[in-house]
Design a protein around this ligand. Sequence first.
Ligand code: BGC
Ligand code: NOJ
Length: 838
Amino acid sequence: MYLKFQIKEAHIMKFGHFDDLNREYVIETPKTPYPWINYLGSEAFFGLISNTAGGYNFYKDARLRRITRYRYNNVPIDMGGRYFYINDNGTVWNPGWSPVKTELDAYECRHGMGYTIIKGKKNDLSAEVTFFVPNGYDGEVQQVVLKNEGSSAKTFKLFSFAEWCLWDAQDDCTNFQRNFSTGRVEVDGSVIYHKTEYRDRRNHYAFYSVNDEIDGYDTDRDSFIGLYNGFNNPEAVLAGKATDSFADGWSPIASHYKEITLAAGESKTLIFILGYVEMPVDQKFEADGKTINKVKAKAMIEKFDTPEKVAAGLADLKASWDKLLGILNVSTPDDKVDRMVNIWNQYQCMVTFNLSRSASYFESGIGRGMGFRDSNQDILGFVHQIPDRAKERIIDIASTQFPDGGCYHQYQPLTKKGNADIGGDFSDDPLWLILSVSAYIKETGDWSILDEMVPYDNDMSVAQTMLEHLKVSFYHIVNNLGPHGLPLAMRADWNDCINLSCYSDTPGESFQTYTNPKFKAEGGYSKVAESVMVATLFTYTGPNYVAILKHLGKDDEAAAAQAEIDKMKKNIMESAWDGDWFLRAYDANGEKMGSKECEEGQIFIEPQGFAIMSDVGKEQGADKKTLAAIDERLNTEFGLVLNNPAFTKYYIQYGEISTYPGGYKENAGIFTHNNAWIICAAAYAGEGDQAFKYYSEIAPAFTEETSDIHKTEPYVYGQMIGGKDAGSDIGRTGKNFGQGKNSWLTGTAAWNMVAISQYILGVQPDFDGLRIDPSIPSSWDGFTITRQYRGAEYKVTIKNPDHVCKGIKSVSVDGNAIEGNILPVFDGGVHNVEVVMG
Ligand code: BGC
Ligand code: NOJ
């Protein structure tokens, strides 16, 4: 019995466990409530892999350079992957259970940092497959260890399987009239080459190899699987023999076939490599002008053709993660916090750096480019790990800005150019650039980023310094205010689904790009609709710009900017304070959105946290009132809903938001990204218990115990969790409440990293040094932090003898008391810091 569900109490349901020592999540059953995936690769070659080995590979761009095929939204779910089939005297099974789904005698999947190990056992034969993309390598290594664990010899057949995608993933799943006639392969010994379009316009091919002789192969899908069979019962596997098929059009695949005999106790290791090769145009072919030049592929295969080389590659990968994860390490009274901060949240931040919002089990890899706001926010989560790449990323993003401070909302990673289809005019975009640049300087102390010459709209002839980009960002808000002196909402702010200039009643219109002709004359969006969220984001991010100007000695400019922030605060209190919380917006009719006066959607989460963190109305107690209202109206056991009450009908003047049934997505779903803003705000306001409560409602390690309800991976954040109104649309309020969706690629990763590490645990990189200012659960006695920062290592012990949430009595560095709580910047070395709260 391998289904080791650990049902500790009626409502505790896990499907695996954390192995913190190895930094792995160990899945104990293939039948997780949704495919639980991992990412392989972090440079150019990537793989998505589920706990049953589903998923696919691509090189750099999941749309334009897709290597293997995957079928999204399929029945059954998770179809397409790298499958190993074993035919053991008629018993056919996969080490990862799927797609054959023969009940296994043992199963385990270990998702680690950049690698996955799947192990299955049937009838005394075990198969352990280790999947990873080695550092600096454009291929996925798959090491298969087969072991006869029985007491007599065994003879069985092994088949590998990968299905090639014809490179452009969008075209691959739509343009069949062409694609069914273009697929081409070459077979050379044990290596199968995918050379579709290589003869003409492509200078790249892929290959699938194994480091041993084979007894056959298949390269044509229909020959291997059979036209009326599926991945679960491929004809060749059932027949126990490959057909040596050769693809010519249709769907090329790569399958190796090998007959294996193992004595009792004997094991055999095979190393498969799925690789990608680019060739200079003049070296594409051998002398015959037809056969592909395999020199590079052969070198790649040789690099990992022994178990020793594989072990070394894996060790090297682990060492690079040791380094990345060694920068920030904490030890708190709660092991769930430790595993989030030290392992999984940081890991997820790196994945968002690599993939942005492109390829997950919810993002099909053919959709959006990289978001201006998304990518800037992602920086906050990984800048401490890879500051140089963060800098490069920030410059790439800023290069798509317009001279007036507006921004392309998205850009394409391959071209790095702004995406004209979507255009600009998202009201929040420019502000996130101020935040990411500030975060970079606070981490590194590298002020030179401000002097970088950065183009506008990728046109170097109109380049300006990064500082100038920050200025136009700041003033883009100031120059685009509405009737109440609040920022114009434009197409949308952070909430893509509040589209106050849309008024769409025609199916298929994009809420984000469509503008009612009514606003055409006004430049495409309403000059009345205003966003309170952008107002508070402005008062939150603005002070960073002021601090930068002051540091540069530009006191006049700093004072002028500060005056704008002060004015905005005044405007917010005059026109956007609803008595107990902040309004969400004014719509294009000048009506309040997110007010007690509204029938539905009376309170929204987004403006509140930034208002609290920038002390708007603090002297009138706005912060505490707002926090109380949030707790009363938005909080649930699974997190804070985005708005309340949920919209139960379509409000044309609000755009996409009320197209979602209540409880989902932006209509009163638990949008975990903005939960973090409240966690930060509660911590900022000294409410450490409240902050931690919200944190533990959504942090994956805490949701592990209700994995049956939560559904998605318990080791990473998802974008959304069903809110308390989920199901209300069908009269079953509570159905799907707590159910996660859209895991992995979300700004939640970065913001919750900020929330837990900077606001709750209080390790705050600042312009002048590392500030320590925890806001923790009062029950904690203290905790320790190790932090590498600007070349030095700080070993910080925090004691909480009085059991306060926030407040610092004393700080000593290397035995000497210091004033305040900003740790000095050192020239290297290890420094012991003791902080006493109280
Ligand atoms: C979703 C948003 C998302 C947007 C992206 C909307 O349909 O609800 O969460 O940001 O699409 O284009
Ligand atoms: C997801 C998008 O990627 C992000 O840009 C947006 O802020 C949120 N959805 C909220 O709509």
